[in-house]
Each structure stands twice: as structure tokens, then as C-alpha cells.
Design a protein around this ligand. Sequence first.
Ligand code: SLL
Length: 280
Amino acid sequence: MSVTASVSEYVRRPSPRRCARCAHRDPLATQGVSIYRPIIYGNTATVLSQKEREALPSPDHTHRWTVAVRSAASGENADQVGGADDLSYFIKRVTFKLHDTYPNPSRNVDKPPFEVSETGWGEFDIHIRITFVPESGEKAVVVYHHLKLHPWTASGEPEIPPLDVAVKAGPVHSWQYDEIVFHDPYQNFLNILTSHPVTHLPKAKRKPVPFHLANPGSLEASKGGVPEFTSLMEKEEADRLEEARQSIIAEQDRWRTILIEKERELEKLQKQLAGTPQHS
Ligand code: SLL
């Protein structure tokens, strides 16, 4: 059984929407085409042992962590989240902008693996700028990741357990699935993309799931080892997004009705006011 997807599964044609910059592109050949690549970004963290801490220049550091951008599918038997495919055929550079307490906080990574490993004591937001190969003619994209060192809680409330408790809970994983979509790519870039097949996400769950606060119900299913994304999770996430979209539409309708009512009321009161004799 092959784990690589046929190219067409990652190409959408025609694209439902036209983008503004298409006019400047090579005419026709690739118009209406959207092609995407599934990626994940996030971090893994472990508690340092006393011995490891003593060996560091900063013994106040409590954790070792790795922040990374990887392909979504995990390699066979790999001991890491994602990373089955090498993304360097379309990603030229990933810049990880760390907290200013780190020396030279802006870290450029120009070849795979696109990751930075460090030690530290605190959580913070990391800006991740993904620059594409020049053939793409695409602007860089920036995503944000909150470095997670402490175990997940379903509520999202930070709870920092004592280090000996955290050690027992095992490594912490915090990963976000995303898709890089290229609308109307240059023909040359499209050829590059389609000549690199994408490893499929497994349909069924083989490992723990990557926990995310968007899906608090998955806390138990996320425990017990290195997690892995599945196509079911991808679908569930799409369903959650659709559900959220529907509830926003419903909310908008509700507020629009309220606004209309209030405007009527205002109009009525203004009329009443205009009809009232003025007192000085
Ligand atoms: C916090 N707002 O207070 C965050 C900041 C900074 C973390 C966290 C490395 C420090 C160093 C480090 O862990 N910085 O190497 O000096 O939690």
C-alpha cells in the first residue's frame, strides 16, 4: 500500500475565488488552480533532569524544547510529530523569533529540519515566518505559536505542576495543523510542487492524538506518547470550523434583528421628542 497521495488530491481546480494579483501572472495556464501542502507547526518540551540542569550555563532553565515547522504526516516508526516529507522544495527559510531573553532571538533556518531547540524556563509566543522558494513568487507567511512547556489542562487554565510531577507526565506536545494554499501558482512552481508527492495522513488513529484546546474532549486520547495527526482529525477540525462559521452567522443574524429593533425604537423616541413642547 502506498502512503503517498496522488498529486490531484492536493490540487483544487478551478479555485472558487480569483485573487487580486492573478492579473500579473502568466496568463491562463494555471488560472483557477489552488494547490496546497499540509504542514504542522508547534513544539515538544521535556523537563530537564537535575544533572542536565547543572551542566547548563543557566541552571535556572527547567525545560528543553524544540519548535518546528514540518510536513503533517509522521514518518513510519518516527519518534516525532510529523516530518515525513522534506519541505525544502517549497520552503526556503523559516525564521523563528524567540523571546528577547534569548541571545540573537531571530533564528533563521535555511535547510531542513526547520526547527530550533533550546532550553529555558518560561512559555512565550514565537513568531514563525515561512519564506518560500523564489520560484513561487509568493510572499512569506507568518504564523504564531505559544511555546508550551507545562502539561495541558482541558480548561486551558495554566497550571504549573511541580517538576517531579511534570516529569512523570512525560513530554509536552503542542502542534497545530495548517495548510499552505497557493492560488494560481506560476507554471514552473506548480511543476515543482506536483513533482513532490505528499505523504498521506493515516485514516485511523495509531498513536495518541495531538491535543488542542479547540478540541478539549481529546485530552485523554492525547496522553501516552508521541502524538500523530490523522485525516479523521483533519476532517473533525474542518467540521468544527464549519460549525463555528454557522454559529457566527446565527449570532450575526440575531444581532442584526436586535439592531433593527433598536433603530425602530430610536426613531419612535426621536419622533416623540420632536412632538414634545420645549421647556426652558
Ligand atoms: C514568562 N513572559 O514570564 C514569559 C517570558 C521567557 C522565557 C518567558 C530563556 C531565558 C534565558 C527563557 O526561558 N525565556 O535564557 O535567559 O513566562
